[in-house]
Ligand binder design. Structure first.
Ligand code: E4P
Length: 227
């Protein structure tokens, strides 16, 4: 089971994709702490059928040394428990991703009582985040980009949940999801998110500054003049 590690007191970087090439590229940067997927991201890779799904998750777990969120496709308590147990059996780093619905909360509590890590997904309010933490979720995933899409400020929700979890001493980690750009990552770090799960372009976007490019160009030019 994935356990929150005391060595991590800075914001963790997860990549939000099921694409193996992108996972590999982010992993090679040396800054990757885990992976999140969802049914849409898996479908985008053309993965079909239980065996192929399980095989894909196994491959991701073998590539990255950190938690890998695998989402259940069912929505009833019994089915989610059955499916989640099957997913958790793939690898010790699998985190069972469960939607924020009534049966989902029951399933999170069941997994928590049975030592299986969970990520409560599709979270859009502080109330939902409180319920997820109370049920014992390992991670809670507020979708900040989708909140921004509806003309609210997603990062404000991250701040609110971080404050509540600190005030109430909940162990659940705040995993900022639905990241759309590098500024989201910076603002989530400021807000105290425990984890940011990002598409590869948002991670790579953190590298960019025109003055870095101009400065390096000049340094390389001057370096040449010395040879
Ligand atoms: C990851 O855990 C979420 O499913 C994902 O970040 C959602 O991102 P989207 O809103 O860009 O689809």
């Amino acid at each position: 089971m994935y356990l929150c590690s005391p060595q991590f007191n800075n914001m963790k970087f997860f990549i939000d994709t099921a694409n193996l090439a992108q996972i590999q590229e982010a992993n090679e940067l040396g800054i990757l702490d885990g992976v999140t997927t969802n049914p849409s991201l898996m479908a985008k890779e053309g993965i079909k059928g239980t065996d192929a799904i399980m095989k894909h998750y196994r491959t991701i777990c073998e590539m990255v040394d950190g938690p890998v969120s695998a989402e259940v496709l069912s929505t009833t308590f019994r089915e989610m428990v059955e499916e989640g147990e099957q997913l958790a059996s793939i690898h010790e780093n699998i985190v069972v991703k469960i939607p924020m619905i009534k049966d989902g909360i029951k399933a999170i509590k069941w997994f928590s009582d049975n030592g299986i890590a969970t990520n409560c997904t599709l979270v859009f309010s502080a109330g939902q985040a409180i319920l997820a933490a109370k049920a014992g979720a390992t991670f809670v995933s507020p979708f900040i980009g989708r909140i921004d899409d509806s003309s609210w400020d997603g990062v404000t929700l991250i701040e609110q949940i971080v404050n509540i979890y600190n005030a109430q001493a909940f162990d659940t980690e705040v995993l900022a999801a639905s990241i759309r750009n590098p500024l989201h990552i910076v603002r989530c770090a400021e807000a105290g998110a425990d984890v940011c799960t990002c598409p590869l372009p948002s991670i790579l976007g953190l590298l960019k500054h025109p003055l870095t490019d101009l400065g390096l160009e000049q340094f390389l030019k001057d370096a040449k003049s010395m040879q």
